[in-house]
Design a protein around this ligand. Structure first.
Ligand SMILES: Nc1ncnc2c1ncn2[C@@H]1O[C@H](COP(=O)(O)OP(=O)(O)OP(=O)(O)O)[C@@H](O)[C@H]1O
Ligand SMILES: C[C@H](N)[C@H](N)CCCCCC(=O)O
Ligand SMILES: [Mg+2]
Length: 220
């Protein structure tokens, strides 16, 4: 496996949080890892440090990589197609896919491609994250929260991904604020999803993703 698409069951769910922890764990194992987020919205050019590309660049140990990680950056905290339109741009799936393919052709052992929002969130006026995942034919690392309601969101995302024959490498349940017990919620999900390993990321900005990295790099 040389690339993973980091998809979420929704927005603000933990995709970047988990991706950064995974990057740190992969680097600790000596894996040449890289990251790419084809389009970012809610990006404040006056305060870029909190943005997804800046956090990914920081985790990579290459703060200057921000523009390479996310070449398409828009201010409005909206779906990318809407945020782009406010700045006079029209996003096209083939352009986003071409940007991803160029990044995937780079020199790394594992590339993490982060989507925007959730699996079925729009990226363009006609295409969702799922359409990009299918176009790139990448396996997915599915990130979920642990809030009440997450089980339906995870199972629904799995149905959508499997309907397009997308491989799911692992699920990570990232602990949400004000949520029921993480372990109880994960066990309740496991009763319905027995195929895919489910990793837990307790509420900790310094979460050690060692076990996830080991799972994902088997055979690398
Ligand atoms: N397990 C966790 N422990 C600590 N903080 C977390 C955890 N999961 C998520 N967060 C925090 O929740 C917020 C949202 O997470 P994150 O930015 O990773 O979401 P996202 O899915 O990448 O959102 P977007 O759709 O905008 O890309 C961030 O401040 C992040 O640090
Ligand atoms: C701004 C936010 N943080 C994300 N980058 C974009 C989320 C788009 C969600 C669209 C939707 O599914 O309703
Ligand atoms: Mg993110």
């Amino acid at each position: 496996m040389t690339a993973l698409f980091v998809a979420g069951t929704g927005t603000d769910i933990g995709k970047t949080h988990v991706a950064c922890a995974l990057i740190r764990a992969l680097k600790a194992r000596g894996v040449a890892v890289d990251a790419f987020k084809p389009v970012v919205s809610g990006f404040d050019p006056e305060a870029p440090a909190a943005s997804d590309p800046a956090r990914l660049a920081e985790a990579l140990g290459d703060p200057a990589a921000l523009p390479r990680i996310s070449p398409r950056r828009y201010r409005a905290p909206l779906a990318p197609n809407l945020a782009a339109r406010l700045e006079g741009d029209t996003l096209a799936l083939e352009d986003l896919a071409a940007d991803c393919r160029a990044a995937l052709a780079g020199d790394h052992e594992l590339m993490l491609v982060e989507g925007a929002g959730g699996v079925m969130s729009p990226l363009t006026d006609e295409a969702t994250n799922l359409d990009l995942i299918a176009a790139l034919d990448l396996p997915v690392l599915l990130i979920a929260g642990s809030y009440l309601g997450t089980i339906s969101h995870v199972l629904t995302a799995l149905v959508a991904l499997r309907a397009r024959n997308v491989a799911i490498a692992a699920i990570v349940m990232s602990e949400s604020l004000d949520a029921p017990d993480l372990f109880q919620t994960a066990d309740a999900l496991r009763a319905f999803e027995r195929e895919t390993p489910i990793f837990l990321a307790p509420r900790d900005e310094h979460w050690d993703a060692k076990a996830l990295a080991e799972h994902l790099t088997k055979g690398l």
